[in-house]
Design a protein. Structure first.
Length: 241
């Protein structure tokens, strides 16, 4: 079985605080995996450690079967961080063109991808506006469009739908499902429990530990509840007992 991401016994602490405690997580090819949990649970730290932006204290983290950080592997990933990293004095189109070229996309293909990704995130009419004049939600949408450029084998999206209205969120999830059908994979973090229902598998992260990891319907069945939110609440209460 081909794993796009494979984390084994991953551990990370800052000073004396253990942020990730023996994390096991994997993402298969042609799969959308959700990583959910409240703010401060360790979702972003999991991604940062996985990508080599933070050094793990123990365990193994492989991305595309490679220990990170690795520049060649980064070129195959579409990464959207929790905070936007955009050139605000440039227009959205100029940002997309710059980052597309950084990913090796040029010519007509780049123009086509810019128009497609702008359409997905509903920024087509605002491509020629300077990013400094964008709202926070528009910047998130532009960051997502940049991550989609280059048709990456793996998308790693950290809270991509924050500040995005429900109709556009549905459109974005349609795009993610299309990506899955193309034998590509997605790891997405969110605190929106409804989004977890749309994944192939979902990992519940609490207090630096993954307390459950399976298909959403399987987790609901195992915990005897109807929604992933109820799974999370029940698993959390069981941890506290």
């Amino acid at each position: 079985m081909k794993y796009m991401i494979e984390l084994k016994h991953l551990r990370k602490k800052f000073c004396t605080q253990v942020v990730l405690n023996d994390i096991d997580l994997n993402v298969k090819q042609k799969e959308i995996v959700g990583l959910i949990g409240p703010s401060g649970a360790g979702k972003s730290t999991t991604i940062d450690t996985m990508l080599g932006m933070e050094k793990a204290d123990a365990g193994m983290a492989l991305v595309l079967n490679t220990q990170m950080p690795n520049r060649a592997v980064l070129g195959k990933i579409g990464y959207m961080a929790q905070s936007d990293a955009l050139y605000e004095t440039l227009t959205a189109h100029e940002n997309l063109k710059f980052f597309g070229r950084m990913k090796g996309v040029t010519g007509d293909r780049l123009d086509e991808e810019i128009m497609h990704t702008a359409q997905v995130v509903e920024l087509t009419a605002d491509l020629n506006k300077r990013v400094v004049n964008y709202s926070g939600g528009m910047k998130r949408r532009l960051s997502l469009a940049i991550a989609l450029l280059g048709q990456p084998e793996l998308l790693i999206l950290d809270e991509p739908t924050v500040g995005i209205d429900p109709a556009l969120r549905r459109k974005i999830w349609h795009e993610l499902n299309t990506i899955r059908t193309e034998n590509r994979s997605v790891l997405i973090t969110t605190h929106v429990m409804d989004e977890a229902e749309l994944t192939d598998r979902v990992a519940l992260l609490l207090g630096g530990k993954i307390i459950a990891f399976d298909h959403p319907k399987k987790l609901e069945q195992d915990y005897g509840v109807k929604t992933i939110e109820d799974v999370f609440l029940k698993a959390e209460s069981e941890m506290d007992q």
